[in-house]
Design a protein around this ligand. Structure first.
Ligand code: SF4
Length: 102
């Protein structure tokens, strides 16, 4: 009962604490965003946190010797340009070549 009362009336807002809290949240998310941007330069976006492949296409880095229903294991060492490892259909490859040649 006392907890319900405390939640329904938070009291006056301390503007300084509120702004400091927003600043802290902004700093946290900015750090996360910066990390994501950096990691995205070398880690395949289809590789999940457990080093499993979530791609719906073939890739030479996939270890397919997993039980049925499990995601393939990604064998990429994260030091390569993974884009060339993807197995694309000929027309997809042609389109990709057109898009990346400027
Ligand atoms: S197996 Fe290929 S597509 Fe899948 S996560 Fe690894 S590098 Fe990416």
């Amino acid at each position: 009962m006392a907890d319900d009362k405390q939640r329904s009336s938070p009291g006056p807002i301390n503007r300084g604490r509120y702004e400091a809290s927003l600043k802290r949240l902004d700093d946290i998310f900015r750090d996360i965003s910066d990390s994501v941007t950096e990691v995205s330069k070398w880690r395949c976006p289809y590789k999940n946190v457990k080093d499993r492949c979530t791609a719906n296409f073939g890739c030479r880095n996939q270890d397919r010797s997993v039980p049925e229903g499990e995601l393939f294991i990604c064998l990429s060492d994260d030091n390569l340009d993974y884009r060339s490892a993807w197995e694309l259909l000929d027309d997809e490859r042609t389109n990709l070549d057109k898009e990346t040649s400027c």
